[in-house]
Design a binder for this molecule. Structure first.
Ligand code: SAJ
Length: 424
């Protein structure tokens, strides 16, 4: 049955989700506190890059099934998809969740469903949302249904994954979970796994923690390989032929709004037990400075005075425009702290999104002594080394993602260094 749905938060998850429900015949009202975001979306102008989003947004707005505003409206279903970042001290900032919940309270009515999509520390539904929702005067789980249905999509493949991924549905009551499953069934082809809200919260945080810990392991192995004359990438490829092994990949650090953030929720919740989780976070957070030092050491060994370094890639991973928690920003800062002259370039990042300490230039390679590749955008993996060589002062490339064609670059006269590969 088609529902009226009010989605709070029109970012990387809320907007695709709103569009998806509207494309499937539901009447969706999207809400964001940012008036310019609302204005742009209403005019079919995107503030985020995502494959297929523009076409789907056009269809949603043109059909009249998606409206947007800065305030909620009455609806049968409320979906909250707002940020849940960490503070400077690594504690969870749940203000957005609390405020978004408070914002819908005047509009909720008996029989409505409230779904939280944001990734949150376990117990957030119980301890942060429910104390707000009870202010509606409705009995939670009986008159007002509440659930946590964490998004699990990967930026760049959001629409495919929204449809095909399995979903975890955590209801505060069985009926809350059931109603949520029925709702998402309008477009989800994957299985829906029902559980309670707190378990669902832990599942989601666990998934990203699993990845963070495994990436930290890969980064540690890369450093070890770098010291013993081995190519860690080749070693990982071979290890992964084992049916029960899935070693992740090293890199300049872990970015994004999820993997670099969520494990801290568990550290805050139970620091005494979250030992490996805590260490993994620190290991991954240490990779930008490791990368910067590696670069400085290579240039020093070459005897190049006051080199200019061209940093390629500011997004936290390839072919997306998302710079949240991007390790590249830290690499730039660390390179500068080591007295190197840095120019950063990323064709996916709009200029007004660039943090102060970096500069973006189309001609980043002009007079550069070295290139440091931090993101495996297609533009970088297919770059022509002959062209690059023409404007650089020396031919050095440091590849932290093992993403360039080494043979091609060497043929153009470059010295190629790959993070975690000390094999000569
Ligand atoms: N990275 C590595 N080595 C690897 C894999 C990734 O260094 O082997 C780095 C990437 O370069 C990037 C970061 O980790 O900086 C995270 O990238 P990602 O592609 O692994 O993940 P996200 O943050 O884009 O999305 C994750 C996904 N979670 C899992 O794969 C368990 C996604 O499914 C979630 O929906 C999303 O977090 C989320 O919203 O929580």
């Amino acid at each position: 049955m088609k529902k009226s749905i009010c989605v709070v938060g029109l970012g990387y998850i809320g907007l695709p989700t709103s569009v998806m429900f509207a494309n499937h015949g539901h009447k969706v009202h999207g809400v964001d506190v940012n008036a310019s975001v609302v204005h742009n979306i209403g005019n079919k102008i995107l503030h985020i890059e995502e494959d297929g989003l523009q076409e789907r947004l056009n269809e949603a707005i043109d059909s009249g099934l998606l409206t947007v505003a800065t305030t909620p409206v009455k609806a049968e279903v409320f979906i909250i998809a707002v940020p849940s970042p960490i503070r400077e001290d690594k504690s969870a900032n749940l203000d957005y969740i609390r405020n978004a919940t408070a914002a819908i309270v005047p509009y909720v009515e008996k029989g409505n469903l409230v779904v939280l999509e944001s990734t949150v520390p376990p117990r957030t539904v119980q301890d942060v949302m429910i104390p707000e929702l009870v202010k509606s005067g409705l009995t939670i789980g009986e008159e007002l249904y509440v659930s946590h249905s964490p998004e699990r999509v990967i930026p760049g493949k959001v629409f495919t994954e929204l449809i095909t991924n399995d979903r975890i549905i955590g209801g505060v009551t069985e009926q809350s979970a059931q109603l949520t499953t029925d709702l998402y069934r309008s477009f989800v082809k994957g299985d829906m796994h029902e559980t309670d809200a707190t378990t669902a919260e832990l599942v989601k945080v666990m998934e990203n923690t699993y990845r963070d810990v495994n990436i930290a392991l890969a980064n540690e192995l890369a450093k070890i390989a770098g010291n013993i004359g081995v190519d860690v990438w080749e070693a990982i490829r071979l290890a992964n032929f084992h049916p029960r092994v899935n070693v992740h990949f090293p890199g300049p650090g872990v970015g994004g709004h999820c993997i670099a953030v969520d494990p801290w929720f568990l550290v805050e919740l139970d620091k005494g037990n979250a030992q490996i989780i805590n260490l993994a976070r620190q290991t991954n957070d240490g990779m930008p400075s490791y990368t910067a030092q590696l670069t400085a050491d290579i240039l020093k060994a070459k005897g190049i005075e006051h080199p200019k370094v061209a940093v390629l890639g500011l997004a936290f991973k390839g072919n997306i425009d998302d710079m949240r928690e991007s390790p590249s920003v830290d690499v730039v800062r660390e390179l500068k702290a080591l007295d190197l002259d840095v120019i950063a370039y990323d064709p996916h990042i709009k200029t007004d999104n660039i943090p102060e300490q970096t500069q973006v230039e189309g001609k980043a390679l002009d007079n550069a002594a070295a290139i440091v590749v931090l993101t495996n955008h297609d533009e970088f993996t297919t770059m022509d080394p002959e062209e690059a060589a023409k404007c650089m002062s020396s031919k050095i490339i440091i590849d932290t993602k093992n993403c360039i064609d080494r043979t091609k670059w060497e043929a153009a006269g470059f010295e190629v260094y790959v993070l975690g590969n000390s094999k000569q």
